[in-house]
Ligand binder design. Structure first.
Ligand code: NAP
Length: 246
């Protein structure tokens, strides 16, 4: 009997850390559902690179902060095409500013994209994982989800919050062989830290490993967390930060 290839959804899979995760999953033979919000060119480039591994890569362009749309689209995807086996909640944004200057818009935007979307993305997918007795969820949080950061009251709240959500979900679904873990990256060289990259020679001095991380440093840990080698690890935060916060 032919077994179906496993399917993975990566939010924010078009560039940065999400792209490295998509390529790692493709190398491991997963069919991909690649989500992004607006940059079509980057998504199409990543799709082409993924397809070189002879797996399917379906693009799902939607704003994860459009809750109703995300929920309905993923519900329909699962109903029509079957369960999603691996879910990587990676898409994230930041809008740093000192708290006295932070607007309600800055606050809501970050909480919606980085935190509230958890409910609407996981909901349509978790039942399938639960009933098939298999699933892997990896949430990309941040060092800002472990410690306070200047100018990041909004971002840090969202990244702490998502750790709590993932830890509690892990406890609920562990008996069904569904693992939920969290990665907390430090500085990783992507467009998200464009500003920090300009001050790299100065900032790198606070990293014990004396370098910024690469998207592959994160994808390598995701690879372990979705493998059978980590099947007894659930509800845990793995910091990947070159020793910045120990
Ligand atoms: P990035 O290079 O800025 O890429 C962000 C990705 O998320 C893009 O694919 C983007 O799509 C997508 N995205 C943004 N808003 C979205 C939305 N509302 N709906 C759907 N997709 C959306 O970011 P990154 O550095 O790879 O970060 C990935 C994750 O790691 C984030 O959760 C981030 O908070 C976390 N992280 C990063 C670092 C770091 O140093 N880079 C450190 C700690 C944690 P478009 O291109 O279409 O906008």
């Amino acid at each position: 009997m032919e077994t179906r290839r496993k399917r993975a959804l990566v939010t924010g899979g078009s560039r940065g850390i999400g792209k490295a995760i998509c390529l790692m999953l493709a190398k491991n033979g997963f069919d991909l559902l690649l989500n992004y919000k607006s940059n079509d060119e980057r998504a199409n480039e990543t799709q082409k690179e993924v397809e070189k591994y002879k797996v399917n890569c379906k693009i799902l362009k939607f704003d994860i902060a459009d809750f109703k749309y995300s929920f309905n689209l993923l519900n329909e995807e699962v109903e029509k095409n079957g369960n999603i086996d691996v879910l990587i909640l990676n898409a994230g944004v930041r809008k740093d500013t000192l708290f006295p200057l932070m607007t309600e818009e800055d606050w809501n935007y970050i909480i919606d994209v980085n935190y509230k979307s958890f409910f609407y993305i996981v909901k349509p997918i978790i039942n399938g994982m639960f009933h098939q007795n298999y699933g892997k969820i990896v949430v990309i949080s941040s060092t800002a989800g472990l410690m306070g950061m200047q100018g990041q009251v909004n971002y840090s709240s969202s990244k702490f919050g998502i750790i709590g959500a993932a830890k509690s979900l892990a406890v609920e679904v562990a008996r069904r062989n569904v693992n939920v873990n969290i990665i907390a990256p430090g500085y990783v060289e992507t467009e998200m830290i464009e500003e920090e990259m300009k001050r790299k020679s100065e900032l790198v001095k606070i990293v014990p490993a004396r370098r910024f991380g690469t998207p592959d440093d994160i994808a390598n840990v995701v690879e372990f967390l979705i493998s059978d080698k980590s099947s007894y690890i659930t509800g845990q935060v793995i910091p990947v930060n070159g020793g910045v916060y120990t």
